[in-house]
Design a protein around this ligand. Sequence first.
Ligand code: ZN
Length: 301
Amino acid sequence: MRNRGSACRFLLAANPMAAWFSKKPKILQTDPNEADLKPGSRMEGLWVKCDNCGEILYRADLEKMLNVCPACAHHMALPARSRLAALVDPGTFEEHDTALEPQDPLGFQDSKKYRDRLKSTRKNLGEADAFVSGVGKLDGQTVSVGCFVFEFMGGSMGSVVGEKVTRVFERAYELECPAIVFHASGGARMQEGIFSLMQMAKTSAAISRFREVKKPYISVMLHPTTGGVAASFAWLGDVIIAEPKALIGFAGPRVIEQTIRQKLPEGFQRSEFLLDHGMIDAIIPRKELRGKLSQIIGLMA
Ligand SMILES: [Zn+2]
């Protein structure tokens, strides 16, 4: 034992690096191109792959750019709260109607009970329903704002979403301030049947009353704005703005193609197509949106 101990000491003394070299180095996976971006992997969450150009992007950098790809300018989804935070002056957003929670008036069930679907979505997202609304200041000017949460059941509009949208206009009416709504929705929430369709009339009536105060309602259409939302308050804006390449329309292109049995033109129902055909007023890239909205409000309010 004594001999082996002294031999080891001798080896270490002769070559102090031997212990280091004999250790297999642990290679830290830092090359994002090599990283496994599959859900649940170690690198997931740190890097994001652009859906459009395939560029691998560092999430923190991407968030600073409001989820717009620096390589191809593709506008990825931006969470509602990040969007509202980026719009209003820091610390001025005051959320309203947080107590409103959806019910299941029809006891609806498809592959899953609507009640259970609501519960699990609420738990996963931490949102009560598909709309966040409140009052904030935009360059010092009070605005009543709301934004769809597309991740919540495709931003579908049930009674609660409809009520929250209505209250955006009611608050704007009371405060005599402009209203801004960001739309991203698949349309009416089928699980609430007629109750969800009634929201189209209710919200439109609220806009009609809001017109009395002669303040602008700016509708910002995000990707995608479709169905009953597009067919009611989204198109009723005094100024209608869209983000680049957003899908905007009532029925989806596939449904239309099947109905009319014709091939639709290239880019049909995209922001650029709608602008060319006079359906919207402007396409504004996300990073310019705040400044442009402030400018529009300054001119109109
Ligand atoms: Zn890209």
